[in-house]
Design a binder for this molecule. Structure first.
Ligand code: C5P
Length: 340
């Protein structure tokens, strides 16, 4: 009997890119949030040996580079088991869309294979395998609202917050994540050069804030402070503490109002101006917050009510955009809905 697992997507609520590290990954800080849209992963084990990946979508690699293949191979090695595994990916999410779909597929494979083999991995081993296969995998071991640091693989569960409606739009452009990181490095280098030139010319670059590119580590501190401030305004049940008539409707909207941004927008929007247009359209149609997810190309908008989201979806669809109505998925629901 095959085991079927829902492989939910994520969005990033802010993403601050820090300095490149000696291992060539970038330090980063982000808040991941799982959302209700998903692929389905079916895993079946028979007697024999080997891993076969099946997927109808030609954009998904079916060989040893597939993230599902890579986790399955590592799990079988760790468990010392042999089986003929068939992993079928029922693809609904965009490939390379900034929703972490490939990473989610891999973690869904871990959950499905554990159940199919009747042998759970120790938690530490799950995390080790997930982090080895990709920076975006460990968040899916937790689900809900998750703080990601390190290269994104070091994850901390944040308070489980009420679900809020959102719209997802994935314009048909392919953004390469490694290239987006390289573009970010080039942007930071250019800004540092401008600052150095200004300083050399005697301009007071420190006071002329717009000439001074903030150091990557300073930016990370700013992100941490915003996230910390937000957390300290939540009470134990994840509800914002009222502050003199300035109460946020939902804690997630309160977080994004703390001023967090996705740094990738600064390199991706100039290359794909249509993505900036989608962000503006989402804002104009009433999104309380709209942003690129990861390095894109998915744009999302968070809305106060489902009615607002549905109305906005109707208007944007009429303009020819392909819009998906979803909602953020709490950790509790992420776990409850995992197995089909
Ligand atoms: O870890 P993952 O396989 O998702 O990373 C894909 C690529 O994105 C890496 O090879 C690296 O070029 C880039 N990356 C990075 N810094 C991170 C995460 C990813 O530079 N924190």
């Amino acid at each position: 009997m095959a085991v079927t697992v829902r492989s939910f997507a994520k969005i990033n609520l802010g993403l601050s890119i820090g300095p490149a590290r000696p291992d060539r990954f970038h330090a980063l800080e982000t808040v991941y949030q799982t959302v209700s849209v998903h692929d389905l992963i079916h895993v079946e084990a028979a007697s024999g040996d080997g891993i076969e990946i099946r997927c109808q979508n030609p954009a998904v690699p079916c060989g040893a580079t597939n993230t599902c293949y890579r986790v399955a191979e590592r799990m079988m090695r760790f468990l010392g088991r042999k089986a003929e595994l068939t992993i079928t990916i029922d693809k609904h999410l965009p490939v390379q869309g900034g929703l972490g779909a490939g990473s989610a597929n891999a973690v869904a494979t871990i959950f499905a294979l554990e159940r199919e083999l009747g042998q759970p991995l120790p938690a530490a081993e799950r995390l080790r395998i997930a982090a080895e296969v990709g920076s975006d995998l460990p968040l899916f071991l937790l689900g809900g609202t998750v703080l990601g640091v390190g290269r994104g693989e070091e994850v901390y569960p944040l308070q489980d917050l009420p679900a809020i409606p959102c719209l997802l739009i994935t314009p048909p452009v392919a953004v390469s994540t490694p290239q987006a990181f390289r573009d970010w490095d080039a942007l930071v280098a250019r800004e540092a050069e401008v600052s150095a030139c200004a300083a050399q010319a005697g301009a007071d670059a420190t006071q002329e804030g717009h000439l001074t590119a903030p150091a990557a580590s300073v930016k990370l501190n700013k992100f941490s402070l915003s996230a910390f401030e937000w957390l300290s305004h939540l009470n134990k049940s994840g509800v914002p503490v009222e502050t003199d008539g300035d109460r946020a409707e939902t804690p997630l909207l309160d977080l994004v109002r703390a001023g967090i941004e996705n740094d990738f927008e600064r390199v991706v929007f100039p290359q794909y101006p249509e993505l900036r247009d989608v962000k503006r359209r989402l804002e104009r149609e009433g999104a309380d917050y709209a942003s690129l997810s990861g390095s894109g190309s998915t744009m999302y908008g968070l809305f106060r009510t489902r009615e607002c989201a549905v109305q906005a979806a109707e208007k944007l669809s009429a303009e020819g955009l392909s819009v998906t109505i979803a909602e953020t998925l709490t950790r509790c629901e992420y776990r409850a809905q995992r197995f089909v």
